[in-house]
Design a binder for this molecule. Structure first.
Ligand code: FVH
Length: 289
């Protein structure tokens, strides 16, 4: 059992992520109390020195900050609402994936019950916790963030974005949207290549350097968008219209559905039809907002 003089921490939720977080806190020397809705998930953690609690009320008696890492917004309320009397005056750090407005609702709920609230978005998978490359984005109570930054850094690189509890989640979901469209683009390409007998692994070997190289254009797109001036295109919407027309034709020819690429074509077609064909592709953001 690790020797510790550090602040006790409670972790509510021992799914894959909760167990990884609790293990990192234990390893860092924090007395760690854990709870899970379904009993029996704390065995390894208790063997490593954690205290297993039979209820949320018991779990929060440990005295320090309470890290909540459950399934969704509803599960956070299902867990915390019955124990709200035990939480007054306490610090709750919600690392469950919740939308920005759900995070703000939880912050408002917490304030109404005398609970200090910090929201967080975990930009890592469980195996990355405590390792370089993992990051957790925080927003909400600056007091909690400053007071427990040492513990947070045991989990992942920590970054604070401001007192709006919905900020971290907005970054989280915006980055996830960027990730899932990249992943799905890979799957779309692999489906096309499968039509000519090329394996997904062989395609991945080409996709990685290509996508990595193309990602280097994002800062330039950001500068153009922030300037609001789309009149000096890197490549115009008309150029990209021809490309997306061809990609959609080639997709159909390969026997692959256009479910993923047709919406991109539609976004560009609409702007060209409106007379914006000579403008920069990044103007597409104006069609999204
Ligand atoms: N796993 C990952 O790679 C991602 C990385 C980015 C962040 N996410 C979010 O982290 C939250 C927890 O993720 P997880 O992987 O630990 O999720 P599960 O393994 O499914 O565990 C879910 C825990 O939530 C408990 N739970 C579910 N519903 C309720 C409820 N109504 N009341 C109380 N607890 C509930 C569940 O308990 P049990 O099923 O074992 O009884 C687990 O402890 C999540 O928001 C990810 O989006 C992870």
């Amino acid at each position: 059992m690790a020797e510790t003089t550090n602040t006790p921490v409670t972790v509510l939720g021992l799914g894959a992520m909760g167990q990884a977080l609790a293990a990192a806190l234990l390893k860092g020397g924090h007395p760690t109390t854990v709870w899970n809705r379904t009993p029996g998930k704390d065995a390894d953690l208790v063997a490593a020195g954690a205290i297993g609690a039979a209820s949320v009320a018991e779990a929060v008696q440990a005295g320090g900050p309470i890290i909540v890492v459950l399934f969704d917004h509803a599960s956070v309320h299902a867990t915390l609402d019955p124990a709200v009397g035990d939480l007054s005056g306490r610090q709750v750090i919600n690392l469950t994936s919740t939308t920005p407005n759900e995070a703000r609702e939880l912050a408002t709920w917490a304030a109404a019950h005398g609970i200090d609230y910090l929201d967080g978005g975990i930009m890592a998978v469980p195996s990355m916790i405590g390792q370089p490359g993992a990051s957790i984005l925080y927003s909400g109570s600056r007091i909690i963030y400053d007071q427990h930054l040492e513990a947070f850094e045991l989990l992942a690189a920590a970054e604070y974005f401001g007192d709006d509890a919905g900020l971290a989640s907005t970054y989280d979901f915006a980055l996830l949207a960027n990730m899932y469209t990249m992943f799905t683009g890979f799957l779309h390409g692999a489906a096309m290549m499968r039509s000519v007998g090329v394996t997904a692994s062989a395609f991945a070997e080409r996709a990685v350097p290509w996508v990595t190289a193309m990602a280097q254009m994002l800062p330039a797109y950001g500068q153009i968008i922030d300037s609001g001036d789309y009149t000096t295109p890197i490549q115009s919407l008309a150029f990209h219209k021809a490309a997306l027309d061809a990609i959609n034709r080639a997709t159909r020819d390969a026997g692959v559905t256009v479910d993923f690429v047709a919406p991109i074509k539609n976004l560009i077609d609409r702007q060209v039809a409106d007379g914006n064909g000579t403008l920069e592709f990044a103007r597409t953001i104006e069609e999204l907002t």
